[in-house]
Design a binder for this molecule. Structure first.
Ligand SMILES: [Zn+2]
Length: 49
């Protein structure tokens, strides 16, 4: 995965994929929660199966 990590904005739930935590979100919030690979799959594929 080239070291990509996923961060979800605490303010608007927008997800960023980057090698490090983004400095801030377009919505003005700067709080991010990192998603693990497992959580990422669950986040985007809630109806899988
Ligand atoms: Zn945001």
């Amino acid at each position: 995965m080239l070291g990509l990590r996923y961060f979800v904005c605490a303010g608007c739930d927008r997800v960023y994929a980057d090698v490090q935590e983004p400095p801030g979100c377009a919505c003005g919030d700067d709080g991010f929660e990192e998603l693990s690979d497992v959580a990422f799959d669950e986040y985007f594929l809630p109806d899988a199966g």
